[in-house]
Write a protein that binds this ligand. Sequence first.
Ligand code: ADP
Ligand code: MG
Length: 537
Amino acid sequence: MVQPEHDIALQDTDRLQGRAALVNNVKAAVALAGAVRSTLGPRGLDKMLVDSDGSSLVTNDGVTVLETAQIEHPTARLLIAASASQDKVARDGTTTTVVLTAELLQNALEMVRSGIHPSIVINGYGIAHDECLSELEGLSRVPSSQEEIRSVVSTSLAGKIGESLAGHLTGLATEAAELLSDEEGGDDLERLRVKRLPISGGSSTDTELVNGLVVAKTRFDRVTPSSSDGGRVAVIDGGLEGSKLEIDAEIEIRTAGVLQGFHKRVTENLQNQVDHLSSLGVDLLIVRDGISDEAVSMLRGAGITAYRRFERNDMEMASRITGSQIVRDVESLGDGDVGSYSSRSETVTAGVTYTRIDGGEGGAMTVLIRGSSPQIREECERAFDDALGVAFRLTRDSRMLPGGGATQTHLARHLRTFAPTNKGREQIAIEGYAAALEVIPRTLAENAGLSPIDEVLELSASQISDSKNGSWIGLNAWTGEKAHMDDLGVLDPLFVVSNSISGATEATISVLRINDVLWAKQDPMTPDWKDEEDQED
Ligand code: ADP
Ligand code: MG
């Protein structure tokens, strides 16, 4: 914050600090938006991010850019938080959120400069926001075919990856989402239930969806069979070891006889556990901890194939797809805890053994992410994550909107007719909000190498010229033509657009509030103040 140089009254100081703080905050927001706006849309450019250790990452994803960059400014952090929250809730629309917030702030600053108090802007923006949300409901519609759903998903991948990979990942994502559609769970369900397993080699288009669990592991005892056509499985959140007894018995060990007796007890204990598994018909054992060497021959003798050191997530997936209950140790395993799997197989890819386990219960799957380098696999995984996130959310709310700036153009026009129906200075803020929404078609045009001003004007004119379905006319970023976005298949989910508008508005309002507090001593009607330029730098 800039301190005023001159000795002026306290009341003035507050006022100046409020304005200077706003200028400073808007500058930070605009700078941040400047860092990601060139990635917006299908023709957005990629960013190369270089870490302090020299490792690099090429991405077209706004939120990845922001989360990787080390940014300190509190307003910038607030925008990053808005974008991260958009990512969490909607999995898409992160760049849009940041670009829109910066534009809303910039317009707010202009209004403040022309003498409108921040609290009026806050009110006006709030009214405009609510109006937008209800207008969006009316504009949206439900997809009329599976093909349209696929278009919505693939729009979220536009420009991030090549077209053939986008098509491929869209197919996998919609399939996975369909399989999950009956499952209950929160926002993260599609991340928890669909494991992503990067496997080196192959091309990204070899990425495949497996309706089962795949782990980079081999069976504990190579003599046991490498595959099976199914059977009964137990999942243990512990191990098959005699270690507990060892610790308890430590102090008693004084003579060889005691030691022998102790070993005998450990062996007996292990044998009892294996017998118990056998009596329950278990032929596949999965444990989180270790399996003692002594158990190998016992398990082999009982016809049980075992896997050790399973990760928590993998255990949970195994339990879900096979209908088994995870229990703490073998002793407490009951018949009802044992699940059934339909097949198990091991394959070797690029020198690593992978085990695949299928079960009849569903509800969890694995995506084998392929690609020739770790960077390519990571970008493919991020793209799949976006596609699945959108596809999964569409199974809960499939309403969609036209992309290509059509929605924002429509909203801007609507708000301009709506503004005069409001009383007072808020009208101006509503108009400022309308103008800010147009930053989306403007930036899409800019990134496509078109004239932003002309495109926005033409877009609005095209929308008006078609009285029936005009609001679905947007900009085809590839050709520069104005087209019905449903014909073109450029469609954004309603939840992405409405969340992004809400997130941007909230972030803007919270920045304006900071200044409102600083301005509290000032009469809202006080006109512009003159020393602004001195305060800005
Ligand atoms: P975000 O991080 O906000 O999702 P994107 O870079 O994914 O940013 O860009 C999303 C925007 O690009 C949306 O407004 C969407 O409608 C638009 N878009 C996607 N494909 C096209 C296209 N072919 N022509 C015009 N706009 C498109
Ligand atoms: Mg996107």
